[in-house]
Design a protein around this ligand. Structure first.
Ligand SMILES: [Zn+2]
Length: 186
């Protein structure tokens, strides 16, 4: 896709021009972060930049405010941060996720993420991922005819034995039993 960034906007980004603050915000697709034009962060690649007229639009598209230039005027509150992390996990649960990867994508240290997540959600990020995956698997078992192996893979557990063990631990029945008990009477 061709870049549609006005030249004067791009110049403002490159020169950290504070005169354009509050005129527009720019988000970087690769990091998921958005900034004020004056932000001193490393200049982004032009093709990864998106322009927003206000912070709400950027937030709506799931970009996170930069912790450095604070485009929303506030420190990102923990609840909001964890909400974003949660949404990110919800969208990426089928990928091989690690705490480090999640921390990196959400601009926090793994240690801080682990502690804050647990305080907010009552479980660790890893436990949350497991919950999302098993819930999704249960849904697929009820609503599709895919094999247990395929469903396990689809939710992020390519090792079927491991998937079955986790499923049983959480749901107190195997995936096959769960399917038999639930299919057709949702
Ligand atoms: Zn910034």
């Amino acid at each position: 896709m061709k870049s549609r960034i006005p030249d004067n906007y791009w110049k403002a980004i490159m020169e950290n021009d504070a005169a354009f603050d509050n005129t527009f915000y720019y988000a970087v697709k690769t990091t998921g972060i958005f900034c004020r034009p004056s932000c001193k962060s490393r200049p982004p690649n032009k093709e990864n930049v998106r322009i927003f007229n206000n912070t709400e639009q950027a937030l709506l598209e799931n970009f996170r405010p930069c912790k450095r230039c604070r485009p929303s005027g506030l420190r990102l509150p923990d609840e909001e941060w964890i909400q974003q992390v949660t949404e990110w996990i919800d969208a990426n649960y089928s990928e091989p996720l690690t705490l480090n990867l999640i921390a990196e994508s959400s601009h926090g240290s793994p240690y801080h993420l682990q502690r804050t997540f647990k305080r907010m959600k009552g479980m660790s990020p890893t436990e949350y991922i497991q919950q999302v995956r098993i819930d999704k698997a249960a849904y697929y078992l009820k609503t599709t005819n895919e094999s247990v192996t395929n469903i396990g893979s689809a939710v992020g557990y390519p090792n079927t034995a491991y998937f079955v063990t986790l499923f049983k631990k959480r749901m107190k029945q195997t995936p096959s039993e769960y399917r038999k008990n639930h299919k057709g009477n949702q």
